[in-house]
Structure formats: structure tokens, C-alpha cells
Design a protein around this ligand. Structure first.
Ligand code: ATP
Ligand code: MN
Length: 463
């Protein structure tokens, strides 16, 4: 079946050319003049294509007049200039074949607007809506932009494992991977005996590809990972998923300043790319979801980012008149209310915050000379707060060993991570970006469940 995508037909504007269009009916309107207008959408772009179905079509009464929202059709016809309002061109149909019917009495998607909550319960049909097809196109474009950004700069794409035997940050929020029959787990002194499990060792789904990316950075220079990550945290928020995608570049011979520079360039590149390549979808989000979405993106591309230290941030926040839910003092973690206040109210631009207290950051971040802070950086943006978190990594063997012990982790579990500091250790740095948080920011969608095709959250693994 040879078809032309609607996006290509609309871009070509080749009036007089015959095309075959295949897609799903959005609406049918019948004219008193004995013909009908069918709006068909094939997901290739936001706009559908208007099909004019003449009453003389052999199946006009038997089939065309019965077409309803959700039916799939194949149309052969000629592109003509449209006299009607709302579209420049339309297809004058010579033939309309019904590929698949959709009974309007039971088809869940109607022409009216449905709530996002309802659409989550029909994740098999929601990509047929404007919002979810736009999200899918934006996700695809941003993925392309991410790869292009790194590939153009010579970064090697490394496929880090999804099943891991190490726990990156020592957080107890990992999904276990096992081949045990859970009703009959072999025990040794009352505890599960993982030596008899598939890997002979406890295994989990990865929470980050960073540690493995460091291995490759310390052999190949500049690398990145871009893959799924998993967290079994029971946080039912609009910003947390149990399965999400993460982008993690890692650079050898690089310090914190180089890391910040890459992160800022990266964000600007992505935002400029979507403004250029997802114009129609972004206009849709701007119109129906968040009327400041476009302006925010444009500002991010053109504005310089504000650079401050954590200590400076705390000083500003302590003087703020606003009453925060989480009180501020040196040593506490910044909450998203603090981050947003700094971005939206104080500096009115994106902010790079560096040198966080070592007590609130993971063991692998390089300790500063003052031994109080670490070479960490977070990038904060309006509406979201933290969008990127990164650091220069500890490259000194003894300091790293001490930090692992301080964090109550087992040094033996990190033997290879420690060895990288023993053999040809170099300063290196990287960051992590939550892909869905980025898509939330770009689209303005407030719930993270609506920016991933099949959200996994506590109590929800359907589809
Ligand atoms: P948060 O404080 O929001 O829970 P975090 O400090 O746990 O984030 P990191 O461990 O630094 O996050 O992970 C790197 C990035 O991954 C975050 O900046 C964020 O964009 C994203 N991220 C973290 N947890 C989730 C999640 N559960 N769902 C979606 N994205 C996430
Ligand atoms: Mn978290």
C-alpha cells in the first residue's frame, strides 16, 4: 500500500497531483449539496487533511455516509485549492475505501475534549488525539536532537546495562530483578539466598547509567548514555515515574566548569531545535495547555543563565519575604519551591547553582578544597526547578574510598569504580537529565504521566 503522509502533502502544496492518503477519520460533515467533508488525520502532523467526498462516489450512500470518528480509510484523490475556510488545500476524492470501521456507540474517543485522567485509561487510543500525538512527535524530535547534539560533538553513545548488580547512589528504591519463584525463594539463615538466583548475586533495574558511563569516559573521552531508568520510589507526584528515560553525558579531562558549559549549550540547542522543528505542535501546546510555553522556551535560548553558588542561593532565600513550606538554612536540600522562587521571582532566568554541601550529595561527587561542599551543579528553570543535575566526579582514590565508607556503602561492591581512580585517573564530569521532565517543560503539560506513552507509577502498569 503506497501512501503519502499528510505532512508531506501539506508541505508540497502540489495542487493538481494525485495522492493516496490513509488515516483515521476525525469528523464527517455532510453538505446540503449532496457531498461530504471528511477530516482525516494520519498522525504525521497536527493538522488533518480535508477530503471532499462527492455524492457520485459509488459507495457514497452505502459507506461514506456511515463514516464516523475513528474509522480508518484509504483515499485516492487530487489535491485542489480549497474554497472553504480553515484550510488552503483539500483532496477531491476519486475513491474512498473503508479499511476499518469504528462503531460510534462504543468508540471511546469523541470529538469533544476528554480529560487527561480519562485518556490515561485508554492509552491504546490516546495517541489518536491532538495532544498525545503532538507529545509523541515532540519526544521523537527531542530524541533526535539529543543524539545529533552529542554525535556532532564527537561523543560516543554507550549502551549501559538495564540490569545491574550495583546500586548507584545507595538509595533503597530499586526494583529487584530475580528469576526466583517468589513463593519458594531459597533461604540461607532466614534470608533470601541470591547465590542460587539467576545471577548468583542480587540484581536490580538500573537507576542511572552514570557509573558505567564513567568507565567508558575514562577510556574514550566523551561519551553519553540515553536509556530507560527505574525507581521504585513510592512518590505519587506529577514529576515522578517508576520508569523514565535519562540522558547522561560523561567527559574525561573535564572539570565542573566544562560540565556547566556543556549543559547550558545542550539545553539551548534542544530548545532552539524544537522551536525550529516542532513549530506546529508547540503552537498547539501554547494555545491549549500553557500560554507561556513558547515565550519561556524562546527566553531560554536567548537569555544568559545566572550562575550562583549554593551558599549564595541560601542567602537569597533566607532573606525572602515568602514563607516556604520547607524552611531554609545552610545544609538543607533545595526543594522545588525554592528553586522556582529563585528562577521565577529573584533572577527571572534559568540558574546554574554550584558547590552544594557534601552531606546532601552522593558519594561520587568531587569534594571541594574547603571539604564542606562538592563540585556539584544543578540547572534550575522556571516552572520545573531542577532540570539537570551533574558534577565533577571524585577522581582521588583515598577520598573516594572514604566517601563510600561514610555513605555506609560496601567498598567491595565498588571495586571497579575505585580501580578507575587507581589506574590513569583523570578529572571527569557529567550530568543527568530526566527526559520526561524536559518534555514536560517543553510542552507545558503539568503531569509527567502525560508526556510518556505508557506511564508506570505506583499501582499502574496497564498497557
Ligand atoms: P527528584 O528530587 O525530583 O526526585 P532526584 O534528585 O531523585 O530528583 P536524580 O537522581 O538527580 O534526581 O536523577 C537525575 C534526573 O532524573 C533528575 O534531575 C530528574 O530530571 C530525573 N528524575 C529523577 N527521578 C525521576 C522520576 N522518578 N521520574 C522522572 N524523572 C526523574
Ligand atoms: Mn528522587
Amino acid at each position: 500500500m503506497k501512501r503519502t503522509r499528510i505532512v508531506e502533502i501539506l508541505a508540497s502544496k502540489e495542487v493538481g497531483t494525485r495522492f493516496t492518503v490513509m488515516g483515521w477519520v476525525r469528523t464527517r460533515r455532510d453538505s446540503k449539496g449532496g457531498f461530504s467533508f471528511i477530516e482525516v488525520n494520519d498522525g504525521s502532523c497536527m493538522t488533518g487533511l480535508q477530503i471532499v467526498a462527492d455524492g457520485k462516489l459509488h459507495n457514497y450512500l452505502s459507506e461514506v455516509m456511515k463514516l464516523q470518528t475513528g474509522c480508518s480509510i484509504e483515499v485516492v484523490g487530487t489535491l485542489v485549492a480549497s474554497v472553504g475556510k480553515g484550510q488552503e488545500v483539500e483532496i477531491q476524492a476519486e475513491e474512498i475505501k473503508v479499511v476499518g470501521w469504528a462503531d460510534p456507540d462504543v468508540y471511546p474517543l469523541q470529538k469533544k475534549r476528554h480529560s487527561f485522567e480519562f485518556l490515561r485509561t485508554i492509552a491504546h487510543l490516546r495517541p489518536r488525539t491532538n495532544t498525545f500525538s503532538a507529545v509523541a512527535r515532540v519526544r521523537s524530535s527531542v530524541s533526535h536532537a539529543i543524539h545529533t547534539f552529542f554525535q556532532e560533538r564527537g561523543f560516543i553513545y554507550v549502551h549501559t546495562p538495564i540490569i545491574t548488580g550495583s546500586d548507584c547512589e545507595g538509595a533503597g528504591e530499586m526494583f529487584k530483578v530475580t528469576a526466583f519463584d517468589l513463593d519458594q525463594v531459597p533461604k540461607e539463615e532466614g534470608r533470601s539466598d541470591f547465590t542460587r538466583d539467576f545471577f548468583g548475586h542480587p540484581a536490580s533495574l538500573t537507576v542511572s547509567g552514570q557509573l558505567e558511563a564513567e568507565i567508558y569516559a575514562l577510556a574514550m573521552g566523551d561519551v553519553y548514555t540515553f536509556g530507560p531508568t527505574f525507581r521504585a520510589e513510592d512518590s505519587n507526584t506529577s514529576r515522578h515515574l517508576a520508569e523514565f528515560w535519562m540522558v547522561e553525558p560523561e567527559m574525561a579531562f573535564c572539570d565542573l566548569e566544562g560540565d556547566v558549559e556543556l549543559a547550558v549549550n545542550f539545553l539551548k540547542y534542544i530548545f532552539a531545535y524544537v522551536l525550529e522543528n516542532c513549530t506546529q505542535d508547540l503552537e498547539f501546546f501554547n494555545r491549549f495547555i500553557d500560554d507561556s510555553a513558547l515565550k519561556t522556551l524562546e527566553n531560554l535560548v536567548s537569555q544568559d543563565f545566572k550562575h550562583i553558588t549554593y551558599t549564595e542561593g541560601i542567602e537569597v532565600l533566607s532573606k525572602a519575604k515568602k514563607k516556604f513550606e520547607f524552611p531554609v538554612s545552610w545544609g538543607v536540600n533545595l526543594q522545588s519551591e525554592h528553586e522556582r522562587y529563585l528562577c521565577e521571582k529573584v533572577f527571572k532566568k534559568p540558574i546554574v547553582v554550584v558547590n552544594y554541601p557534601k552531606g546532601i550529595k552522593p558519594f561520587y561527587m568531587k569534594v571541594d578544597k574547603d571539604e564542606k561542599t562538592v563540585r556539584a551543579m544543578d540547572i534550575l528553570v522556571p516552572k520545573i526547578g531542577e532540570i539537570i543535575g551533574g558534577s565533577q566526579r571524585e577522581d582521588d582514590y583515598d577520598t573516594l574510598l572514604a566517601r563510600i565508607k561514610e555513605a555506609n556503602l560496601e567498598p567491595d561492591d565498588y571495586w571497579w569504580y575505585l580501580e578507575l581512580r587507581k589506574f590513569g585517573s583523570v578529572p571527569h564530569a557529567g550530568f543527568g537529565l530526566g527526559f520526561e521532565r524536559l518534555i514536560q517543560f517543553i510542552t507545558g503539560l503539568s503531569n509527567i504521566r502525560d508526556v510518556i506513552p505508557f506511564p508506570r507509577t505506583p499501582g499502574n502498569v496497564s498497557f
